[in-house]
Design a protein around this ligand. Structure first.
Ligand code: MN
Ligand code: MN
Length: 316
């Protein structure tokens, strides 16, 4: 048997009871000795429409009690492969977005003094910027798989340079991400102008609008991305739950019709196995808009799939 931390089994403690950590893993207060660190960030002051993603991490953890430790599809066994613990939440300042961004960056810079892969639960998409800043300071420009209904590459919103809709413009401008090794999947719906997706394309980003995903498997796309990125280049997965159709994930602040299916989400994340993933996030889960809890349940399962796609994850 494994010496690594194990989720508390649903056969030892009923799933509706027990600790409130992700997958009911042990909690930890330091990344010392960990291979993978789970971190929650209840930030939603970067949202442009409906707020509520501040409740995302807690709800994802709650719904994660139903996730079991072995993937029956891929044979992946993340809890037999890595030492994983839940570090709890970053103590952001709910009254001040720029202060929160600084707090998050400082938190991840300290975290990354350990050789650990951070997996983050959001929270709105603004939180990805300080994470990328900390990762790029350690590893250099990252390759990026970005799943989203939106490009999040506006220059500014209401004159603000840092919002959940400007993250990837800043990340490219600051050299945190290499746009020639960046793909955006699921982009759609209505824009501020007809040219909204031109800026990322001009930087060299591969933009896969959702119409090019409809009615097909995304496994071939992911095969192309794996051969483009290679198995060595430090790569990051940023997954905005609004990339999915609102029928699958209604609990989010900026829903757009015509989105990816839950099956395509699995194909994307499973297709990241083979990349050198150095971190990942699942953002924009806003539980107040989904009384069923299904959005957070789906998110918890997608986070499990991210663990299964980390480099070195053992498979049966
Ligand atoms: Mn986003
Ligand atoms: Mn979005």
């Amino acid at each position: 048997m494994s010496n690594f931390n194990q989720p508390l089994s649903g056969n030892d403690m009923p799933r509706f009871s027990g600790p409130g950590t992700l997958f009911r893993l042990p909690a930890a207060d330091s990344a010392e000795g960990l291979d993978v660190a789970i971190v929650g960030i209840g930030l939603d002051s970067g949202t442009s429409n409906r707020s509520g993603a501040r409740f995302g991490p807690r709800q994802i953890r709650q719904e994660s009690a139903l996730v079991r430790p072995y993937s029956m599809a891929t044979g992946a066994a993340p809890f037999d492969s890595f030492q994983i613990a839940d570090l709890g939440d970053v103590p952001i300042n709910p009254y001040n977005l720029s202060d929160s961004i600084a707090i998050i960056e400082a938190y991840y810079r300290e975290l990354l003094e350990h050789p650990v892969v951070p997996i983050s639960l959001g929270g709105d998409h603004t939180l990805t910027l300080p994470i990328l800043r900390a990762l790029a300071a350690k590893l250099g420009p990252l390759a990026l798989v970005h799943v989203d209904a939106h490009s999040d590459s506006n220059d500014s919103m209401f004159g603000e340079k840092i919002t959940h809709g400007t993250v990837f413009r800043r990340a490219i401008e600051e050299g945190l991400v290499d746009p020639r090794h960046m793909v955006q999947i699921g982009l759609r719906a209505t824009g501020y102008s007809a040219a909204d997706f031109d800026w990322p394309r001009r930087q060299g980003v591969r933009v896969v609008q959702v119409e090019n995903c409809w009615h097909r498997s995304l496994s071939p796309l992911m095969e192309e991305i794996r051969s483009q990125f290679g198995g060595e280049r430090p790569s990051y997965l940023s997954f905005d739950i609004d990339g999915l159709d609102p029928s699958a994930a209604p609990g989010t602040g900026t829903p757009e019709p015509g989105g990816l299916t839950g099956i395509q989400a699995l194909e994307i994340i499973r297709g990241c196995y083979g990349l050198n993933l150095v971190g990942g996030d699942l953002v924009e889960v806003a539980p107040p808009y989904d009384p069923s809890g299904n959005t957070a349940l789906l998110a918890a399962n997608l986070v499990f799939e991210i663990l299964c796609s980390l480099p070195g994850c053992r498979r049966r």
